[in-house]
Write a protein that binds this ligand. Structure first.
Ligand code: F6R
Length: 241
């Protein structure tokens, strides 16, 4: 594991974008594993700026997102589809047909998960997987539990996650209670995993994930087994080390 300690969110975002852009320049048809949430917004902004300056093209990239809320579609502003188009895809030259997220509108969970797994496996190993971490230690929406799950699955979001994500909705009761999420297999198989961590609210989860036992009660702890993990964390996130 390589830990890159940075001062703040802006530095984290700049370093993360640099690594993503190096990846895309070295391999234009990269498979990018992408995350949503507050953490990668600045990273995506830097990628858009680089694209606008002509420093990178995503025309040959494929992207797979980690997760989507069950019941929400791209027209819903709180969906991860909407987030990705709004924050990144609309502003770069990725081809719409090459940008994938789980289908939150497919309420047949088994079908939705099987299709997404098939798609991810057809694309081949993810070249670079961007990850954030939940304050409860989740990665993607693999919530703390009594076992790790390998494949795409439906999850009941924990109260902690619903509380954390309430800020994206008008009312707490609007937050969906379930999501489709990639499991641990494609994350562990990614050629490079890039974990971005910012703010004091993530400090405990980060510390436990990197220094504690590998346990499904702290899902991100499984990243200790990743062959090629880069963590970019700011001072506040590193305050428990
Ligand atoms: C998002 C995702 C989640 C977030 C995590 C942190 O696609 O998979 O694991 O990375 O919940 O969210 P933020 O960045 O909003 O603190």
């Amino acid at each position: 594991m390589k830990l890159i300690a940075v001062a703040n969110y802006e530095e984290m975002s700049a370093r993360a974008a640099e690594i993503l852009l190096e990846q895309v320049c070295a391999k234009p048809d990269s498979v990018l594993g992408l995350a949503t949430g507050s953490t990668p917004v600045g990273t995506y902004q830097n990628m858009v700026t680089a694209y606008e300056r002509g420093e990178a093209s995503f025309a040959q990239c494929r992207s797979v997102n980690l997760d989507e809320y069950v019941g929400l579609g791209s027209e819903d502003e709180a969906s991860y589809h909407y987030f990705m188009w709004h924050n990144l895809f609309h502003h770069i030259d990725i081809r719409p047909e090459n940008a994938y997220l789980p289908d939150g509108k497919n309420l047949d969970a088994r079908d939705a998960c099987t299709r997404y797994d098939q798609l991810v496996s057809d694309l081949g190993p993810i070249d670079l997987q961007v990850l954030g971490i939940g304050s409860n230690g989740h990665i993607a929406f693999n919530e703390p539990g009594d076992h790790f799950v390998a494949d795409t699955h439906i999850v009941d979001l924990t109260d902690a996650t619903i509380d954390d994500n309430q800020r994206f909705f008008q009312r707490r009761e609007d937050v969906p209670t379930q999501a489709y999420t990639l499991g641990m297999r494609p994350i562990l198989n990614a050629r490079l995993a890039l974990l971005l961590v910012t703010g004091a609210g993530k400090a405990e989860a980060l510390h436990r994930s990197l220094t504690g036992p590998i346990t499904s009660t702290v899902p991100a702890s499984i990243l200790q087994l990743h062959n090629n993990l880069i963590v970019i964390a700011d001072e506040a996130a590193l305050s428990k080390f």
